[in-house]
Design a protein around this ligand. Structure first.
Ligand SMILES: Cc1ncc(C[n+]2csc(CCOP(=O)(O)OP(=O)(O)O)c2C)c(N)n1
Ligand SMILES: [Mg+2]
Length: 549
């Protein structure tokens, strides 16, 4: 009989079986033994410049491939990932956080050892709040079971989990246990039937029905089913910002992103005048509701999300989205409604106008025209995010952003995760000068792996989003020469762009460069802002000044 695997080997085997072929992170003495096991396993380690970027990368990987993982050292490493993991938690991205720890025997003596910041239980307690399951593998007798349960929880709840592995346990043999049946929450069949019947009758009577899809569709793996529903019922469909690219954005039924008063007017009109609005997997957060500029009338709404269906003012509990959508397709006869005429999104007519300074609206229009079908757009927080609401990516899940939690610094590291997860896709990273200064060092990791990413830096000389809410000297930042970053990092091409013709030239050269990342630094006037940002800033200004509740 082959010897039982060690606990470290078992964790790596299970991760690999779940589709995790890469683990991001920075080593440290409490996690070194585990790192040694990674090297001996089929899983590849991808070193990052910091731990929080490892977590953002694992998040980008999870969004592209279903599950991502990082491994860090105790205290200094693990505490560094808290913000990024909280973001993955808020946005339902299943990331496995593996932290090394002092050995079980070391901990018994209660020693004052480096990286310790309080009782040994503190770290787990912190992660308890931002993950859906935590496990400290301090007892080899149950470690395999703990690992199985943690990974099952990550997949089931689509949220991060935390696994702490004391360094003297990594090489300890574990004890195989019989597999547990997966815990699937089942729908209440009577509630499901009734909710579907009521929805069908509303849809059949409706004259201007519209579907709006949110991120839970992606996290529940229902994207194919969603397209079936759209094609079967010929329903025009909008997406929320946090659910952007849940459906390929060049589908003929696609209206664009709905975001209340912040989003494009055409989608807003169709959604807000719908006589039946079917919301699938939509969480009603403030960003998706355009910071409460949305005007959605509950009396026209059917909302299926988070295990329930709410129709107008009543509610069917225990109805899962994954049961609701297929039954809806089965019970609704095919409809012959005309679909909206396809909208290719923004454009930049007559681009390039020689000598014309770059402006954000024309930049986004041009990028939309330049988007290739193999590109995944990874967007940071700032005006690039507001402006890119109108971009139309070709395939589904080709737009990644921290659109609800809105943490700056997500873009470049998440692009690293996406590049490693799906090497067949080319990252187009949109990032502000401020956000670049937070995590731009991950560009050096993109260069190290030879990624062909194109990084467009929206350089508007500071924190423009904040400037539009309340300006002050705190929104100024040091002027970096972003296009020259390759001189320090190596292996990167850089272009400085002030005018439209310079952009055309830079884009052509960057697109033709396939063996290294390219940075296109676009200078924009600090006063230039996308229409969405102007609308958002007005709303936030009112809130800061206490004009609205
Ligand atoms: C980690 C983090 N810190 C602070 C903020 C608040 N914040 C939101 S946008 C922004 C400015 C972003 O600057 P930049 O990346 O240059 O984009 P711009 O707004 O100028 O387009 C700040 C500071 C945040 N969202 N995330
Ligand atoms: Mg800026």
């Amino acid at each position: 009989m082959p010897a039982a695997p060690t606990i470290g080997e078992y964790l790596l085997d299970k991760l690999y079986a779940a589709g995790v072929a890469h683990v991001f992170g920075v080593p440290g003495d409490y996690v070194l033994k585990f790192y040694d096991q990674i090297v001996k396993s089929p899983i590849q380690h991808v070193g990052t410049t910091r731990e929080d970027t490892a977590a953002f990368a694992a998040d980008g990987y999870a969004r592209s491939r279903g599950l991502g993982a990082l491994a860090v050292t105790y205290g200094v490493g693990a505490l560094n990932v808290v913000n990024a993991v909280a973001g993955a938690h808020a946005e339902s991205s299943p990331v496995v956080v593996i932290s090394g720890a002092p050995g079980v025997r070391e901990q018994r003596e209660d020693p004052l050892i480096h990286h310790r910041f309080g009782p040994f239980t503190f770290q787990r307690e912190i992660f308890d709040r931002i993950t859906c399951a935590t496990a400290v593998l301090d007892d080899p007798a149950i470690a395999f079971r703990q690992i199985d349960r943690a990974l099952a929880a990550a997949r089931h709840h689509r949220r991060p989990v935390y696994i702490e592995i004391p360094r003297d346990v990594v090489d300890a043999p574990g004890y195989p246990m019989p597999a547990e049946a997966p815990t699937a929450t089942a729908s209440d069949s009577a509630a499901l039937e009734e909710a579907v019947a009521e929805t069908v009758s509303l849809l059949e009577r409706a004259k201007t029905p519209v579907l709006m899809a949110g991120v839970e569709i992606h996290r529940s793996g229902l994207q194919d089913t969603l397209v079936q529903l759209v094609d079967h019922l010929r329903l025009p469909i909008a997406a929320t910002l946090s659910g952007k690219s849940v459906i390929g954005e060049r589908h003929p039924a696609y209206l664009g992103v709905y975001e209340g008063g912040m989003g494009p007017e055409s989608a807003r009109e169709r959604v807000e005048t719908a006589d039946c609005l079917l919301l699938l997997g939509v969480a009603l957060n403030d960003v998706d509701l355009g910071v409460y500029t949305a005007r959605l009338d509950p009396k026209h709404m059917v909302r299926a999300c988070q295990g329930e269906v709410v129709i107008r003012h009543h509610r069917y509990p225990h109805v899962e989205l994954r049961d609701f959508v297929p039954l809806l397709i089965k019970k609704c006869g095919p409809q012959g409604r005309p679909l909206p005429t396809g909208n290719a999104g923004p454009s930049a007519p007559g681009f390039p106008k020689p000598g014309e300074p770059m402006k954000i609206g024309r930049l986004i229009g041009r990028l939309n025209e330049c988007l290739a079908p193999d590109m995944v757009v990874v967007c940071d927080v700032g005006d690039c995010l507001f402006a890119s609401v109108e971009l139309r990516v070709h395939e589904r899940t080709e737009f990644l952003a921290s659109a609800f939690y809105t943490t700056m610094g997500f873009g470049l590291p998440a692009a690293l995760g996406a590049a490693v997860a799906r090497p067949d896709r080319r990252p187009l990273v949109l990032v502000g000068d401020g956000a670049f200064q937070m995590t731009g060092t991950e560009l050096s990791t993109l260069a190290r792996i030879g990624s062909n990413a194109i990084v467009v830096v929206f350089n508007n000389a500071g924190y423009s989003t904040e400037r539009f809410i309340l300006d002050g000297p705190f929104n100024d930042i040091a002027p970096w020469r972003f296009h020259r970053i390759g001189e320090l990092f190596g292996g990167i091409s850089g272009y400085e762009v002030k005018t439209e013709d310079e952009f055309t030239d830079a884009w052509q050269k960057a697109s033709a460069t396939r063996d290294r990342p390219s940075v296109i630094e676009v200078h924009l006037a600090p006063s230039d802002a996308s229409p969405a940002m102007k609308r958002l800033a007005q709303n936030l200004r009112d809130k800061v000044e206490g004009k609205t509740g």
